[in-house]
Each structure stands twice: as C-alpha cells, then as structure tokens.
Design a protein around this ligand. Structure first.
Ligand code: AMP
Length: 206
C-alpha cells in the first residue's frame, strides 16, 4: 500500500504515522525528519536547508523530490510506503505521480485554533525524535522516552507557526482537491483524541 498523510503542521501526522507504520508494516518516510537528521549530522544538505527550515519556509522542490525518489527506491519501500510531509505542493504531487503514485491519501482535518495550541505547546526530543505536549507532560524538561533534554523546535515558535500555516493554506491545501479528483482522498476528523483518529484510519484502511 502506498499511503500519503496530508494535513497542516500540528494536525497529528507524525503521531498517526507511527501507529500506521507499525500496524501495516509500512516504512514511515517523513521529509521533515530526514531534513532534521541532515541538519543534526551537518551534512551538505543539512547546511543548505537549515536556515530555510528555521524560518518555516519550504526546502527547494528539486532537492526534496530527489530525496524522496531515492528513499522510495530503497528495498524497505518495495511493498509500499507511508509518506508524511510530502508532497507539499502541486509540483511535488505531480512529480510523485511520475515515479510512485499513491493508492490512498488520508487528510487529517483539524481546526486552525487547535493547531496553533498544539504546535506552540509541543516539546520535541532531538535524540529519539518523539514529541510531547505540555498539556500532558507539564513542565518536565527531560524526554520521558529516552532521557534527553527536550527542546522547542525553532520552527514551532508562534511567529513561525503563523508563517507555516499560511504557506500550508496557499501551497499544500490545493492537494486536497488534486487527490479528490483522482478519487484517492479520505478525510478524517483530526480534532478527536489520538486513539479515536487512529480507529477511524484503521476503519478506512481495513
Ligand atoms: P515537518 O516536520 O513535516 O513539519 O517539516 C519541517 C520542515 O521541513 C518544513 O517546514 C520544511 O521547511 C521542510 N520540509 C519538509 N517536507 C518538505 C517538503 N515536502 N517540501 C519542502 N520542504 C519540506
């Protein structure tokens, strides 16, 4: 199964992707995670995209598309993939259709007011990559999973979140229509609790 998770930043894509990936044995391919790992490792790609990412803007299309094309050619993707954070605009979606068109696109639909709260309260672990919300962990500074000091991602600050949401509605939201026209779109109400959202996804995927 080739699956795309679509949704605004903070819609819960990363959380649901982890559950889906485990249940359906699909490799979770998150372009954001790949870029963050490159920044951490200070690779040439990481150096190139660091400033762009910190400002909340998109990394260049050519680099991103090539990255995904290469990743999907790896052996673990031979039976499918779970894409999270890609495609993010029509150009990327059309390119993906050329080398590995998706079967199903799940859109996590979440109210904007909820999204701002979710992102600005997010604390991320730079080591294991997990993230938590202050509503649930309080002011704990240490990752409950691996003990590393939690951080606020540079692109999770209130100003940057506004910028990311504006870019989302201009560039990524048109993908909803793109996949609707291809009869591949399934909309899930992402305002519900995590377990409930996952149940709905399983209902759709079987
Ligand atoms: P995410 O973790 O998916 O929110 O992505 C974090 C950041 O990585 C984005 O704000 C972009 O700067 C960059 N990024 C991730 N995926 C893409 C993509 N498909 N196209 C361009 N930039 C991306």
């Amino acid at each position: 199964m080739k699956l795309i998770l679509l949704g605004a930043p903070g819609s819960g894509k990363g959380t649901q992707a982890a559950y889906i990936s485990e249940k359906y044995n699909l490799p979770h391919v998150s372009t954001g995670d790949i870029f963050r790992q490159n920044i951490k490792d200070q690779t040439p790609l990481g150096v190139k995209v660091k400033q762009i990412m910190d400002s909340g803007n998109f990394c260049p299309d050519d680099v991103t598309v090539q990255l995904v094309e290469d990743r999907l050619q790896q052996s673990d993707c031979k039976n499918g993939y779970l894409l999270d954070g890609f495609p993010r605009n029509l150009f990327q979606a059309r390119e993906l259709d050329k080398f590995s068109a998706p079967d199903v696109v799940i859109e996590l639909d979440v109210d904007l007011s909820k999204i701002e709260h979710r992102i600005t309260g997010r604390r991320s672990c730079p080591k294991c990559g997990n993230s938590f919300h202050v509503d649930f962990i309080g002011d704990i500074k240490i990752c409950p999973d691996c003990g590393e000091t939690l951080i606020i991602r540079k692109d999770d600050t209130p100003e940057t979140v506004k910028e990311r949401l504006s870019i989302y509605s201009k560039q990524t939201a048109p993908l909803i229509d793109y996949y609707k026209q291809q009869n591949k779109l399934v909309v899930i109400d992402g305002n519900n609790p995590v377990d409930e959202v996952f149940k709905q996804i399983v209902k759709v995927l079987g």
